[in-house]
Ligand binder design. Sequence first.
Ligand code: SF4
Ligand code: SF4
Length: 372
Amino acid sequence: MNKSKVYFTDMHTHDGYSLLDKLEKLITKAGIGEIDFNKRFAVIKIHFGEPGNLSHLRPNFARLVVDKVKNLGGIPFLCDCNTLYTGRRKNAIEHIESAAENGFNLYSCGCPIIIGDGLKGTDDVEVPVEGGEYFKTARIGRAIMDADIFISLAHFKGHEATGFGGAIKNTGMGCGSRAGKMAMHNDGKPVVDQDKCVNCKKCAKECAQNAISFDTGKAYINHDKCVGCGRCIGACNFDSIYNATEGAFDVLNRKIAEYAKAVTDKRPCFFINIVNNVSPFCDCHGQNDLAIIPDVGLFASFDPVALDVACADACNNMPVIEGSRLSKQLEEFGNKGDHFHNCFHETNWRSTFEHAEKLGMGTQKYELITIK
Ligand code: SF4
Ligand code: SF4
């Protein structure tokens, strides 16, 4: 397969030329105008951020993309699906309220916000996964599949299970309904290292399934209740919770790729990654830790595989921010690979892209075109 084109612009601006101007130029050069938007519904899949998290995307980026789609004749809406875990995005009411708290509403973004899998996360459609090894069908939020055109607008940052979250994660995991998310997650059920656990109970507060108990004075995870969402792993500041199923994260990564394949097949798609505030954890957490690297820039492509790999490579070329989780991990454990793997040693982001490539979603080979 030939190299895919990935367009990039850095964070530098000057008088009369803002980052939003740069984003407009970037997506124009990357070819968004080649899509026939005329009177067609365009879903812009975004993560609105858990309230309390301040590293999620600013609504200004969404507004720019919304206006661009409108100018091209399309009918845009912003969309995410409900979460599997507890928090304030687990049903459409709380999800829309949370989005509003984080600045996303009809007035700031210029289009409606629709929760893809409905009020309680049950409004989904079964979509075929062509070439899928884990799934024959994927359960995707109905509103996402009803749209004619799919646009991913993702905040690129770290993730405790997948290494990082970018276009493929925003598309695959992000578009799954609650049942879809469970199907992706249920391979790896974590366990607690009893020697490390200090009984702080922080993990239990994050668990929507009430799967963690403390009868012995240490956390214990009941695997009959656990759905394997991995949320508790990120909640534990003592690294006491780990995924005992060897390769479970690789299975999760490949399943996410299969869901992304279902979402993107047979319709026009376009992908934008904003690589700023690169926190070690994802925006599902109600707080954000110090960024691990300086801001990188904005990226766009028709190829989500090339796009994410280009972003990962660019991140890995950045210096480590002193005092961040990444720098602490490096001090304590030494260099075990790249920035994302060093943040969370059990993760292996490359397995996502090897599988996505196999599914025909794109290529890891890219040509980076820099826009000034
Ligand atoms: S968050 Fe970690 S240290 Fe605290 S109770 Fe849970 S497993 Fe133990
Ligand atoms: S125990 Fe952890 S992985 Fe299992 S459901 Fe609860 S938060 Fe998710």
